[in-house]
Design a protein around this ligand. Structure first.
Ligand SMILES: [Zn+2]
Length: 404
């Protein structure tokens, strides 16, 4: 026998098992609703055709098998489950034309129950999605949702489609509908869609429209830090540095995890307003409750600039004892290098510093800054919308010795 794909082997086994079970039940006068019809319950010509179909499957001739099963489904509704399974198998194998034909054939059969045809319609929609026929999928799921058939699933699929097509206003509508029927909150999701609309307007330099979308986003979810971050970024473009500081501070109140995402820009804004001393105070306060490596690094730079390296020793010591990271180690070595010249250091530790510094720099350059808590995708870029698993707001700073 040829090497079968796992799905195909499973289906054939299922078909044969179903057939045996059904003929056993049939002989005891038992129930119905099985996977496949009993061969001996079918006219013998059909039973033969059924076996021929399975043979084609076993010989990896799915096109011929499809022809046989299509004819069988025309004859009796009993074959419909087999037919659905076959369609799904084609989809898993990426044979989208066959999958679509298979499912369309079920829908067109007026002898089948409404429920069965709805199930097949849903599968056909999945085929269209997988085949990238988004227009057709959209049409199909919209009509299901309009008729209040399988509404929750239909709306979820529409939501996926509109996100793929970047049709954010439609996505917002659908997310609201979905909220109503599922009782599940889509507030954060909707806020992100409004943020996307704001981003589009920002890219076209229409800042006023972008601001309005952000207000809408805030009405949907007041706790969404991205809104404050975007406001800060737009204020920075207009060089309103006081506002930048205010918005970033608000983002940090909403989500302490946004710290590494915004700290460079926040410190910049403090510099622009000439309030480095305030920035230094802020970082000291922050480090009393948090352990961000990027806070330590910025604190070091500010202390160097303001000639206040005396403030650092204690902070760094605490940080290294409580949450040691490579980044903090690096900062500590830098501190020793810049303060040690006047004090008496032993040569051994100086050598260690010289060796460690470039090594740690390389390590730090290569580290992943962010990771998706849903699918684990890691990289140096922060994503609001994970490109791998398509979750919103699932990216968080990497922790551990190389992270925050
Ligand atoms: Zn992900």
């Amino acid at each position: 026998m040829n090497v079968l794909l796992p799905g195909l082997g499973g289906l054939v086994a299922g078909l044969l098992l179903g057939m045996l079970l059904q003929s056993w039940r049939g002989s005891r006068g038992g129930g119905n609703g099985s996977l496949v019809p009993a061969a001996d319950n079918l006219p013998s010509q059909l039973g033969n055709r059924y076996f021929r179909g399975i043979n084609y499957l076993l010989n990896e001739q799915p096109d011929k098998a499809l022809e046989v099963f299509l004819q069988l489904a025309d004859v009796t509704p009993d074959t419909v489950d087999t037919h659905l399974a076959l369609g799904n198998l084609f989809r898993r194998r990426g044979e989208m034309d066959n999958a679509i034909r298979c499912h369309q054939n079920i829908i067109q059969n007026p002898d089948l129950s409404e429920k069965t045809r709805q199930a097949a319609t849903l599968e056909l929609g999945e085929d269209y999605l997988r085949a990238g026929l988004l227009d057709r999928a959209e049409e199909l799921f919209t009509s299901l949702a309009d008729q209040k058939i399988l509404t929750s699933v239909a709306l979820q699929r529409l939501l996926e489609i509109f996100q793929q097509e970047k049709e954010w206003q439609h996505a917002i509508q659908v997310a609201r509908q979905h909220e109503k029927i599922s009782g599940q909150s889509n507030r954060r999701l909707i806020a992100h869609f409004y943020c996307q609309l704001a981003e589009e307007n920002r890219a076209e330099n229409n800042l006023q429209a972008a601001m309005k979308w952000l207000d809408q986003a805030e009405q949907s979810d007041r706790q969404c830090a991205r809104i404050s971050i975007m406001r800060a970024e737009m204020s920075a473009e207009q060089e309103h540095h006081e506002e930048v500081i205010r918005h970033y501070q608000q983002a940090l109140r909403l989500d302490a995890d946004s710290f590494p995402l915004l700290i460079d820009q926040l410190i910049d804004a403090y510099r622009h307003t000439g309030s480095e001393a305030q920035a230094l105070e802020f970082l000291q306060r922050w480090l009393q409750q948090h352990s961000n490596t990027s806070a330590v690094i910025h604190l070091l730079a500010l202390c160097e600039q303001l000639d206040r390296l005396d403030l650092l020793a204690e902070v760094l010591d605490d940080q290294m004892r409580q949450h040691p990271t490579v980044g903090k180690m690096h900062a500590l070595l830098r501190l020793r290098a810049s303060t040690g010249s006047s004090s008496s250091r032993d040569i051994a530790s100086e050598d260690i510093s010289d060796l460690l510094q470039p090594l740690l720099e390389k390590l730090l350059q290569r580290r992943d800054g962010y990771q998706c808590r849903n699918c684990g995708l890691a990289g140096q870029t922060h994503h609001w919308h994970c490109p791998s698993c398509r979750q919103w707001d699932s990216t968080e700073p990497v922790s551990g010795s190389l992270g925050e």
